[in-house]
Design a protein around this ligand. Structure first.
Ligand SMILES: C[S@@+](CC[C@H](N)C(=O)[O-])C[C@H]1O[C@@H](n2cnc3c(N)ncnc32)[C@H](O)[C@@H]1O
Length: 157
């Protein structure tokens, strides 16, 4: 993450210091964890990490990158959320045929809350739609530059 004071670029240095001083994985405390870059690297190296920070953003990073041991499963998705993608805002999709404006429909695979077939159906229902489906979820993080370019080109086109 671009954040003033983020230590991602120092991780190699930190690893070299640990190696040079013979510090084996044990317990580590990162009291000003910020983006949790150091804490998550220490965890990756096998340390038991305690991370803290006064700011809530850091709590979120800590939960995501330090506390959570694996990618969460969505087996326990609340039924209200699990059903959401199949609910249609427009009960009769044929009305979408009268939309004259160009539309850009972005979808992705691998996100239970955004099935790609919904994006495909939406693009098919809009007469002037361009569809793009990414092969992975969380495109705001995984394909940010491409997504930005795609939207800019659409808006400027
Ligand atoms: C330079 S950043 C930490 C950078 C971090 N190592 C990283 O890689 O992102 C400093 C952090 O200290 C936290 N901080 C400042 N004063 C604090 C305090 N009194 N108690 C806890 N956290 C504090 C800030 O919220 C900020 O996230």
């Amino acid at each position: 993450m671009r954040y003033i004071g983020n230590k991602t670029r120092l991780l190699g240095f930190i690893r070299r210091v640990l190696r040079a001083r013979g510090i084996e994985p044990g317990s580590a405390v990162d009291p000003f964890t910020g983006t949790a870059s150091v804490a998550s690297e220490l965890k990756r190296l096998g340390f038991r990490v305690v991370a803290s920070d006064i700011m809530e953003y850091a709590y979120v990073f800590g939960r995501a990158y330090v506390e959570v041991a694996a990618e969460p499963s969505f087996d326990g998705l609340a039924p209200e959320i699990a059903d959401l993608p199949m609910q249609a805002a427009v009960p009769d999709r044929s009305v979408l045929a009268s939309v004259a404006a160009p539309a850009l429909v972005i979808g992705c695979r691998g996100d239970a809350t955004h099935p790609p077939q919904v994006a495909e159906q939406l693009a098919a229902a809009l007469p002037n739609a361009t569809l793009h489906i990414y092969d992975q979820p969380a495109v705001l993080w995984t394909n940010r530059a491409d997504l930005r370019l795609r939207i800019s080109e659409f808006l400027n086109g």
